[in-house]
Each structure stands twice: as C-alpha cells, then as structure tokens.
Design a protein around this ligand. Structure first.
Ligand SMILES: [Zn+2]
Length: 292
C-alpha cells in the first residue's frame, strides 16, 4: 500500500501538473470506487470545479477545489494516480505516449479517468479496485470524525521529539502495530515500520511500556530520516506503486529488512526473519533487534 513517501511523491508532482486546471469530464467502469455520492451526482458536482490546491493528509491525497470542495483520493492497496493522455479503444485506455504508461502492466488497470480543461487526463490505475474517491465540502471533511482522529504528521516542522514522546504516554501495545496506527501517527505502513524499527534496533513485537527515552529518540529520528529519504527517491516500487508518470521510485533499493527474509542483515551479517503480526508480515534482524 502506498505510504507517506509514495503519497507525498504523487502530491508533489500533481501540484506541478494540475494546479488551476478545471475538471471537464470523468469516466469510470468501477462505480464502487466513487464513495459517498452516486456516480451521477459526483460527476455533476465535480465538472466545472477548478483545482486550487493539492496536499496530503496521512495517506489521503486532497485536491482543493473551487466552491469549497475537496476531492479526496485514497489509493489503498494497489491504486495509483497517473497523469498523461490516453484514448479509449475497445473498452481499454491506451496511453498516447510511449514509455512506462504504455508498457508497464501495473499502469494499465485504469478504472477512473478525469479529463482536464487542457485535454490532459488524470487516471487511476488500480488492479484491486480498492481505492476510494470522494467529494467533500471542505468544512464537512475537516470536521469529520475520521479526519479529526488522524494522528500527527511525522514530517511537519513543528513535530518535535517532545510531541512524539507525549504520544506514547498513555499508549499500550506492540511498537510496530502502534506505529502503523493512523490515529496514532500518520502515514507509516508496513514497509516503513519495519525499516524504522530496524534502524532503531527495536524488535517489532516490543511492548511500548519497555521503551525508554533513548529508544524513542532513535525511533523518532529514524522515522524522519527514512521517510524524508524515501520521498527524495520517489517512493517504494517493490510492489504496485508508480509515480504520477508511471515510473518506478527508488526507495525499495534502500530497504534493509523489508521483504528480505533469509537474506543477510546489512549491519551484523545475521539472517533477516519474517513474522506475522496482526495478519501483516514484519521483517527484522533477530541479532540487532533483541526483544526485552
Ligand atoms: Zn543484524
């Protein structure tokens, strides 16, 4: 699933491409992706709206529109937004440009196409069709329960170590699952939780109550360092994520333990192990990350 660096990569490129463009049409063959409204009502409201801003909150892409609307896109498991120009041929969208949009199969599960007033398109490729697209009134979204419950953004300038440490005060549970809880802290999923804990030398099943100040300091700085570096590398394309232009990011090449079961630990030469936690795989080095 796209995590903070992948969503941020999309948002930054979107800002370059779609700001001040107006939606003139929308097509879908998977109406279930459009939530909240029926497709017809969604389409009626969206057409004619101008894009006045693009930002990220947690793993949500927020496109600010004229008349105080927000288009929210959550890419979920395998969805990713693409920007380009396609034509519909026998029920299938074909990129008019050579390159990854045309040849990479991951970019060819197009189920939603937004048409902009410069005739360019924003497309959602999603092999699993789990992504969601919703149109909100700005104040309605910003005062919604789900939105208010989201945890702080780890890369915000004012997200200091003191604020990070405070989050743990009344928290119980195992560190990896806690880091992945979007209502605890925003944007961290399975890939980066494994990598952050390896960098911090903390076992993924460690109980919060066993963590001391030094541990939290290492987790805090590893979180900021790894997320920032991964944005620089344009996200992790080990799986289905691609950039707005359909290209692979490079953050997967930086991974030390994620998806490296049975391979040598880059720090100690031990063997990377995989365990299941809450139905998800956790990767760690049993020698570097000793459970207390
Ligand atoms: Zn090791």
């Amino acid at each position: 699933m796209p995590e903070l660096p992948e969503v941020e990569t999309i948002v930054r490129d979107l800002r370059k491409e779609v700001l001040h463009r107006t939606f003139i049409d929308i097509w879908t063959d998977a109406k279930g992706i459009i939530k909240k409204d029926t497709f017809d009502s969604f389409k009626k409201k969206l057409i004619g709206k101008e894009i006045i801003g693009v930002r990220r909150r947690s793993k949500n892409i927020l496109i600010d529109l004229s008349d105080n609307y927000i288009l929210l896109i959550h890419q979920k498991i395998a969805g990713h937004l693409l920007f380009g120009k396609w034509k519909l041929e026998k029920g299938k969208w074909i990129s008019e440009k050579e390159g990854p949009l045309l040849i990479d199969p991951i970019n060819n599960y197009i189920h939603v196409v937004f048409v902009l007033d410069n005739k360019k398109q924003l497309a959602l490729s999603d092999a699993r069709k789990f992504a969601k697209v919703e149109l909100w009134k700005k104040d309605e979204l910003e005062s919604s329960k789900e939105f208010l419950a989201l945890g702080p953004e780890p890369l915000e300038k004012d997200f200091t170590f003191d604020k990070f440490e405070k989050l743990f005060e009344k928290k119980r549970g195992r560190i990896k699952q806690v880091l992945m809880d979007q209502n605890f802290i925003s944007g961290i999923g399975n890939i980066y939780a494994s990598e952050i804990l390896f960098e911090s030398r903390i076992h993924p099943e460690e109980e919060i109550k066993n963590l001391n100040n030094g541990d939290l300091k290492r987790i805090y700085s590893a979180t900021r360092k790894i997320l920032e570096k991964s944005i620089e590398l344009k996200g992790d394309s080990f799986s289905d994520f691609r950039t707005l232009y359909g290209e692979k990011g490079g953050a997967q090449d930086m991974n030390k333990v994620y998806q490296k079961e049975g391979q040598p630990c880059p720090k100690c030469g031990g063997v990377v192990k995989r365990i299941k936690q809450g139905g998800r795989s956790s990767f760690f080095c049993p020698k570097c990350q000793i459970k207390r």
